[in-house]
Design a protein around this ligand. Structure first.
Ligand code: CP
Length: 312
């Protein structure tokens, strides 16, 4: 059966660990002694971006090439996905042309249709609900700075009801981490997401919790994480969001409440002076540039891992 990465829990805990180990090995040898060139042929990987991107497009493009494959940027507007023809028909066509599909779009349901109809591995490059590639890069970054993931405490502050909040719950639980989401009322992940993450955590020794008080949420944390308060598509709400989220800003005072050797993460792009202070993101505890680099290594591992398991 063709495997996909549509949400973080498409991987089991053991599979997540396997992909992260592969990513670490690939990072040590980016041009192929460890892995060879699994996409040699070259196999083509189609990439479609319906939302803005820098890191995801550049890291997938470079990563496909480093695996021996050929990246193909499909212009979603030109293709008219869901308008000129249905998502399912686009999927059927792409599945006959390319070996994998990477798609950044809005609705998780559309990504699921792409996966069901394409016959080739489909990778979520961010939807409104999940950002699993970012989480694999984040977990790889944490292992580099903090060692084994199981038992570490990670606190995500800000807009929890978005793709990063949901993905942190699932991916952190898979890794056996203790995940705390600190968000104002109305911006907490749905209860179903906590329930699914708790179910996973029960098997990995991790835990998940909502803690509305940001000071309590970061107390003793090993990892402090934030993201923009104005996710793509929410630009009209920018002013209101900045007022609601102001107490959740990752300032030097807040980071001082975490473990003394805590690391600070942000998936970028960052807005200094809003969700994170300049002195924090540009300071010694920040690992954001490693995190950005690790997108490429983590996604190469995902593509190689899925390619090995493809059914045709
Ligand atoms: N973090 C992230 O996904 O970056 P881009 O939006 O630039 O791809």
């Amino acid at each position: 059966m063709t495997r996909h990465l549509l949400r973080d829990d498409d991987l089991t805990p053991a599979e997540q660990a396997e992909v992260l180990e592969l990513a670490a090995a690939i990072k040590k040898d980016p041009f192929g002694e460890v892995l060879g060139k699994p996409l040699a042929g070259p196999h083509t990987v189609a990439m479609i971006f319906d939302k803005a991107t820098l890191r995801t497009q550049s890291s997938f493009t470079a990563g496909v090439a480093e695996l021996g494959g050929q990246p193909l940027l499909v212009d979603g507007k030109l293709a008219g996905i869901g308008k000129r023809e249905s998502v399912a028909d686009v999927a059927r066509v792409l599945g006959r042309q390319v070996s994998q599909v990477v798609w950044r779009t809005y609705a998780q349901a559309d990504l699921e249709v792409m996966a069901a109809a394409s016959g080739v591995p489909v990778i979520n490059a961010l939807t409104d609900d999940f950002h699993p590639c970012q989480l694999l890069a984040d977990l790889l970054t944490i292992t580099e700075h903090k060692g084994p993931l199981a038992g570490l405490t990670a606190t995500f502050l800000g807009d929890g009801a978005c793709n990063m909040g949901n993905s942190w719950l699932l991916a952190g639980a898979l890794a056996g981490m203790h995940v705390r989401i600190s968000a104002p009322a109305g911006y907490v992940p749905e209860q179903s997401m906590f329930d699914r993450a708790a179910e996973i955590a029960a098997g990995t020794g991790g835990s998940v919790a909502a803690e509305p008080d940001p000071v309590a949420a970061v107390a003793g944390a090993d990892v402090v994480i934030t993201d923009t308060w104005v996710s793509m598509g929410k630009e009209d709400e920018a002013e209101a969001r900045r007022a609601v989220f102001a107490p959740y800003a990752v300032t030097a005072d807040l980071v001082a409440r975490a473990a003394p050797d805590a690391i600070v993460m942000h998936c970028l792009p960052a807005y200094r002076g809003y969700e994170i202070a300049a002195e924090v993101i540009d300071g010694p505890q920040s690992v954001v540039w490693d995190e950005a680099e690790n997108r490429r290594h983590a996604q190469k591992a995902v593509m190689a891992w899925l390619h090995e398991r493809r059914s045709r």
